[in-house]
Design a protein around this ligand. Structure first.
Ligand code: AMP
Length: 283
């Protein structure tokens, strides 16, 4: 497996592969791999001739009081996982190579970031869109895989590639969960012993909402009140949002008449967790 630290080296690698008519799949990550990342890499490996994994904790997608400096890392373990999966290359650039001193461009979308996580993380999605656009330009993949765990991010990347005429197929990977239901996340490493039960309230809320809809409750505010009380009954929880929304526009809906996204963000202690599920009232 090739390990590239500079834009030039990975770019040259891609050029050579393309010249040899090989297709490239990129899986962008911030590292500290868990089964969610692994599922995306395994999916990507099957989609193209060559799998490239990027490993970069992107500073521009973190807000001033967020966890950039404490973000968990285990590069040796990540590299051995990527190698085992059969990645052709890992791209792990330095911050200074991605954002040299004179860097001045930011890509922001006008609508999708106005909802869900974008409300409490106002600069986050511009950071994500900008770094993903850079990674696409550097690696030149045919396909890129993103997880549905970050549903809003996935929508934004799809919109970005469409708006900017990037000829890259965006493939979505299902949410991978722990046996108890907690969505896998690198940030789960922050959870202290007693906080797992509180973290589980997100997944349990998705199940409660599905059950309520199945039993005929279609009013979003009724289910939301129920979920709010449920989540707040756990220690150290602080709700950022509970949103029933249109999965295409991310606009809030009052009534669950058709397939609706239920998205949650909850702080457990100082750890901000997100989760989501699509709810189909006809099922
Ligand atoms: P991250 O390293 O957290 O930036 O995540 C890299 C990619 O993995 C993103 O496309 C995420 O949506 C995806 N991802 C994170 N957690 C999960 C999960 N539990 N299941 C599936 N994909 C995930």
């Amino acid at each position: 497996m090739n390990i590239f630290k500079t834009k030039e080296d990975i770019s040259q690698f891609s050029d050579i592969k393309k010249r040899n008519s090989k297709t490239i799949c990129l899986v962008p990550t911030m590292g500290y791999f868990h089964q969610g990342h692994i599922s995306l890499m395994e999916k990507g490996k099957k989609l193209c001739d060559e799998l490239v994994v990027s490993l970069f904790v992107n500073p521009t997608q973190f807000g001033p009081n967020e966890d950039l400096d404490s973000y968990p890392m285990d590069i040796d373990r990540d590299l051995s996982i990527a190698r085992k999966i059969g990645a052709a290359a890992v791209f792990m650039p330095d911050k200074a190579d991605m954002y040299p001193n004179n860097f001045q461009t930011s890509i922001s979308l006008s609508q999708l970031p106005g909802y869900l996580c974008g409300k409490s993380r106002p600069t986050h999605f511009a950071g994500v869109a900008t770094v993903v656009a850079k990674l696409f330009n550097i690696v030149k993949p045919d396909v890129a895989v993103f997880g549905k765990k970050d549903f809003q991010q996935l929508k934004i990347i799809r919109q970005l590639t469409c708006d900017m005429d990037m000829n890259i197929k965006i493939v979505a990977g299902d949410i991978v969960r722990e046996p108890d239901g907690i969505a896998m996340s690198s940030r789960n490493a922050y959870l202290k012993e007693g906080q797992r039960e509180s973290a589980l309230s997100l997944y349990k809320s998705l199940e409660i909402a599905k059950e309520a809809v199945k039993n005929g409750e279609l009013k979003a505010h009724i289910i939301k009140d129920k979920l709010k009380a449920f989540i707040e009954s756990f220690d150290e929880t602080q709700i950022d949002y509970i949103s029933f929304c249109d999965p295409n526009t991310l606009k809030e809906v009052d009534s669950i008449e058709k397939t609706t996204l239920l998205a949650l963000a909850v702080k457990v202690g100082t750890t901000r967790l997100i989760d989501n599920a699509l709810i189909d009232p006809l099922q």
